[in-house]
Design a binder for this molecule. Structure first.
Ligand SMILES: [Zn+2]
Length: 595
């Protein structure tokens, strides 16, 4: 097929009244500064939507416009174009025909890309125009590293004879030719592409399992070259400066690695299991950085209430939820809003997750006796306005945090509890005296993440009889007229039906009734006061609302709320031992630096 004629798209857009002459002038001027393509500039300036622009291109060039969200790719055909070429030319193979390729391009007017693609594929090409945002997401998913990992593992296994690794090779810093280095790099690249939060490397009897946690759920990749596991583990231990000869005891450490141009902070933990050592790595994308509170996913009304809380000059604010519930994101978001030259902020964390400018961040290190309580005591001598305590785990930390909150400091912290109501009572349970909790605590935000339906394969859906019964029992007719949906699974969601997560929240602001109940450690009265507070919505209700809007599935709501019920029962149990004293009997030592 002949290449597209060189046309002046700007003039055509004006001639066809898609944009005005002054808009074109403004876009051209802007384009000179940024060097970006005209189309993208016009969209960025809001003069035309991406869809409208693509429709126009498709008409003018007489080529189809393809929506990639529902496109069924043939993985082998896609691979006819290497990943680097696909990314460089913003192109993807949509279909291979006997005499030509159908290629989706983000910029079909790029003549250079057209020529290069035709040369590389050695067959004529026909173009289709595709949205750039969709294209980039699709490339990430199509060019997975699974095969590369398998082939590198094969190579590596050939090179190693049992237990005789070349330590010098394994510790090579940047020799990307060494198979184990390349294999590891590929594993990390794959994890970054699918937005995995953790990588698990688990040697089994006959295979090596590499599992990645994506949106909170593990996905498995089985590598049959089991023997490469020891080389991988050894290399990882060297990177984290762990003791490589110690294989019988668990170890933990951290290291930094650059993957696809991003700086990843990796927290690593090893543990001896029946067939070797299991390694789990948590990935923190340092280059992504902390995000603002408005991006933490709080609904508008809750966000403004939470903002009011954190802008108080003193008191304790708790953000609670299990590991991976997004509470760190919320807390960092809060710190970012509070971070100004006139406020001294100190954080005590385990470990420091994101670095924040101007904030004094301390990572605890129990190995040298630097625990939460010790650091917290020291921070109070540093004249802070705002403190972030990574987690309140014990009576001592709780006591110091309370004291700080009652003596003119704003204290933000987390508790490992399930919902807002149990969090407040949990303080008493840890050993904080009721009157202290009542006067220090300002509010509790409980949160959890639920998986969102994949927008590409989500379909309307009618709940089963069992689900309907559950809904009626919990909510009566409140969800009548709701439209439920579920994903069937596609390339975009790795066949899980889910993609991305959204936060569900429960915010408790302490009022007089709650404070009174807390003062007398009266769980029942506290629960009643909390439930009748205006604007109070439980996590389950918040999750169900999303299900009713088709954002997530009922299954996901059940998954999340079942966990809650379990722990809620445990807590209820923990709260009412027959001989439990009213107060924890905690003695509070005076703190240095108090007025
Ligand atoms: Zn999908």
């Amino acid at each position: 097929m002949s290449p597209p004629k060189k046309i002046r798209i700007g003039d055509l857009l004006v001639q066809n009244n898609v944009i005005s002459e002054p808009q074109l002038m403004e876009a051209l001027a802007k384009q000179k500064q940024t060097g970006q393509k005209l189309g993208r500039t016009l969209v960025a300036l809001g003069f035309v939507t991406e869809q409208r622009f693509l429709d126009f291109l498709s008409q003018q060039l007489n080529i189809p416009k393809v929506d990639l969200t529902h496109y069924e790719f043939d993985a082998q055909e896609v691979m006819r174009l290497s990943e680097s070429h696909a990314r460089r030319f913003r192109a993807i193979v949509l279909k291979e025909h006997a005499d030509h390729f159908l290629i989706g391009m983000a910029d079909p007017m790029d003549l250079h890309a057209f020529d290069e693609l035709q040369r590389l594929l050695s067959k004529p090409i026909r173009q289709a125009v595709v949205p750039e945002s969709q294209l980039l997401g699709t490339l990430d998913l199509m060019y997975r590293r699974t095969e590369e990992i398998a082939s590198l593992a094969g190579q590596l296994e050939e090179e190693i004879s049992d237990d005789a690794f070349d330590i010098a090779q394994l510790s090579a810093q940047d020799d990307s030719e060494v198979p184990v280095v390349r294999l590891l790099q590929t594993i990390f690249e794959d994890a970054v592409q699918v937005r995995a939060s953790d990588i698990h490397i688990e040697p089994d009897e006959h295979v090596l399992r590499i599992r990645q946690r994506v949106d909170g759920v593990l996905q498995e990749n089985v590598v049959k070259e089991r023997r490469v596991a020891s080389a991988l583990v050894l290399r990882l231990k060297l990177l984290a400066q762990l003791n490589i000869s110690e294989k019988r005891l668990p170890q933990d450490g951290r290291f930094n690695i650059t993957v696809s141009g991003r700086s990843l902070d990796v927290r690593i933990s090893t543990m001896p299991i029946q067939h070797g050592e299991s390694v789990v790595m948590r990935l923190l994308d340092q280059s992504a950085g902390a995000i603002g509170l408005d991006k933490a996913g709080l609904p508008e009304a809750l966000l403004s209430r939470f903002r009011k809380l954190i802008h108080q000059p003193n008191g304790l604010i708790l953000v609670t939820g299990p590991t991976g519930s997004g509470k760190t994101t919320t807390l960092y978001g809060a710190l970012m809003e509070l971070n100004e030259a006139s406020k001294k902020i100190i954080t005590v964390e385990d470990p420091v997750e994101y670095r924040l400018e101007r904030v004094n961040q301390v990572g605890i290190n129990p190995k040298i006796g630097l625990d939460f309580a010790t650091v917290l005591r020291a921070t109070l001598r540093q004249d802070p306005d705002i403190l972030l305590v990574g987690e309140i785990r014990d009576a001592e930390t709780a006591a110091i945090a309370m004291r700080a909150a009652m003596t003119g400091h704003l204290v933000l912290s987390t508790l490992h509890t399930n919902d807002a109501i149990s969090s407040a009572m949990r303080l008493v349970d840890i050993g904080v005296e009721g009157f202290m909790a009542a006067s220090a605590l300002r509010g509790v935000l409980a949160q959890r993440l639920v998986r969102k339906n994949c927008v590409h394969c989500s379909q309307p859906y009618t709940p089963s009889a069992r689900e309907q019964a559950w809904l009626e029992e919990r909510l009566g007719a409140e969800l009548a007229g709701a439209s439920f949906a579920a994903g069937s699974g596609c390339t975009y969601c790795n066949n899980t039906g889910y993609s991305g997560r959204i936060g569900i929240f429960e915010l408790l602001e302490l009022d007089d009734a709650m404070a009174d109940a807390l003062r007398s450690s009266n769980t029942l009265a506290f629960t009643q006061a909390a439930r009748s507070a205006p604007g109070y919505t439980t996590l389950a209700e918040s999750a169900l609302a999303f299900a009713g809007q088709g954002v997530t599935t009922l299954e996901e709501v059940f998954r999340v709320t079942e966990q809650m019920d379990e722990v809620a029962q445990e807590l209820a149990h923990a709260f009412q031992p027959p001989d439990k004293p009213q107060f924890g009997g905690l003695s509070l030592e005076p703190l240095d630096g108090e007025g």
